[in-house]
Design a protein. Structure first.
Ligand code: FAD
Length: 354
């Protein structure tokens, strides 16, 4: 291998974390990025930009182009407990957007000087000379190899960087499934669904440009059957969930203890969901991807980047663990019932969509 083929840093994954890191990383570095080609619908996601993510984009000097928005923009979430049948509306100020277009927009902001490769990484090794070697397969099934002094794993919940280099540091998580349905009859809406019988996590339904996206997170074992059972309960309530146009599935992490985070080690770094940065209560991950990317980009200017990154993200990890502490009020059926009964902070709508 000649030395021109060796990059200072290779980023694996071009979701919000990888693209943002590359935009913010020190310009003196010779950077490369490898990412699997996105599918037509992009990453499975609710496509809701939380107030924290909006604030983080603002911090990074970014304004959302209107082409990323979908219709409608919804100001209330209908929280529904299928166990008790109770529901309430709460005010929310999420931005409803097209996730594939959002990722493509962040990618368009990656500087030209970053050398980009498309393909799926198959194997990651640390060589005896200290370099990282990544073997990948491109869309024509050809194999390629890349070498770098530093490796950044921004490759999401099922991170190959994390499983290859830190095999003892796997995080807990769920299997997530979502489907897209034509929505012809009902008023567009946004709902958050709890059903203790099928999942200890939440599900969501959100209208997007004439389609209804319904998805949830489920324990891995029997996940599809659990999803279908939950869907049947909603169908019985009259929801338009009978003819899915598309089905998507992936892993989603749910950090519950300090051990669920892994920042890296020995010139390999993890960020975004690969590191465990995602809310265990709402499964909101975009703001954490943006925040961890900024922290790592800044840390790369320091003498000991891993130490600087660990210090900069201590607050993030504590915030996420505090969100785990909030889970009983959302997920314990009795406590949730109390909250829903009380009507605390809820809106009373003149006309409810469901
Ligand atoms: C169903 C679902 C709904 C969600 N809804 C929301 C929501 O509404 N709002 C919100 O804020 N968060 C949501 N999240 C969480 C959010 O999507 C993630 O936390 C966020 O995308 C993490 O960003 P990331 O850049 O770390 O990883 P990702 O967005 O997962 O990006 C990883 C990148 O790595 C690439 N990659 C992975 N493996 C390889 C490989 N072996 N070789 C090459 N490339 C690879 C992928 O192609 C991708 O480009 C949701 C998650 C799920 C599962």
């Amino acid at each position: 291998m000649n030395s021109d083929a060796v990059f200072d840093c290779l980023v694996l994954g071009l979701g919000p974390a990888g693209s943002s890191f590359l935009r913010l990383a020190p310009p003196s570095l010779r950077l490369a990025a490898l990412s699997a080609p996105p599918g037509p619908l992009g990453k499975p996601c609710g496509g809701l930009l939380s107030p924290d993510a909006q604030a983080q984009l603002a911090r990074q000097g970014l304004n959302l182009p209107k082409e990323l928005l979908v219709s409608p923009q919804i100001f209330a979430v209908h929280t529904l407990d299928l166990g008790s049948g109770r529901g309430r509306h709460y005010q929310r100020s999420y931005v409803n957007m097209d996730r594939a277009r959002f990722d493509a927009w962040l990618l368009s902001l990656v500087p030209e000087r970053v050398q980009r490769f498309q393909g799926r990484a198959q194997q990651i090794r640390r060589l005896e000379n200290g370099l990282f070697q990544v073997e990948y397969r491109n869309a024509r099934a050809e194999m390629g190899r890349l070498w770098a002094r530093r490796l950044v794993g921004a490759d999401g919940a099922a991170s190959l960087v994390r499983s290859s280099l830190f095999p003892g540091r796997q995080a807990r998580g769920f299997a997530s499934i979502q489907q897209w349905f034509p929505q012809a009859q009902s008023t567009p809406f946004y709902a958050c669904i709890f059903d203790a019988e099928t999942s200890p996590a939440c599900s969501w339904a959100v209208s997007k440009d004439g389609m209804l996206l319904f998805g949830g997170a489920f324990p891995q074992s029997g996940c599809r059957a659990r999803f279908e059972r939950q869907k049947q309960k909603l169908l019985a309530l009259g929801w338009e969930l009978s003819q899915p146009r598309h089905t998507q599935a992936c892993r989603v992490l749910c950090p519950a203890s300090p051990r669920d985070f892994c920042l890296g080690g020995g010139d390999a770094f993890l960020l975004g969901e690969a590191a465990g940065f995602i809310s265990p209560s709402s499964l909101e991950g975009i703001s954490w991807a943006l925040r961890s990317a900024e922290a790592l980009a800044r840390a790369f200017s320091q003498a000991d980047p891993l130490d600087a990154y660990a210090r900069a993200t201590l607050g993030l990890r504590l915030e996420l663990l505090a969100k785990w502490g909030k889970r009983p009020f959302m997920y314990h059926p009795l406590l949730r019932d109390l909250v829903l009964r009380s009507g605390l902070s809820s809106l009373s709508l003149l006309e409810t969509p469901r």
